[in-house]
Design a protein. Sequence first.
Length: 150
Amino acid sequence: MKVILLSDVKKLGKKGDIVETAEGYGRNYLIPHKLAKEATTVNLNQAVQDKKVAAHRAAQRHDEAVVLAAQIEKVTVHMSLKVGANGKLFGAITSKDVAEALIKQTGLDIDRRKIELKHKVTAPGLYPAVAKLHPEISAQFNVEVTVDPA
């Protein structure tokens, strides 16, 4: 029996795949649990169309990530913070702080979970950071931490 998977099924396939299964497995388990639908000509045409749309959207997201990466790589995020008597910051700078400063300075909206600091930021200086924009695309930029004169 041919079925079109509606969600990922372990050891069978991924969502949208057209697979051949045993008649009983398809009719008694996959279809009633809404994991698959029967591969009729109408459903097959719809599945092919859905795959084309998904591929187009994925290519579009990839292109957007490339453009955003090019913009981010030109940026140096400047942060001015208070330091203690020993020259260390009060606390440490996190990826959330860097994301907020990046949005404030450039207007580029990057999720804080996608920003990774390569080193712990606890003192003034220049630090490298990476923004993971897409599974295949990441952009490197610098974070410059300076002493607040106040």
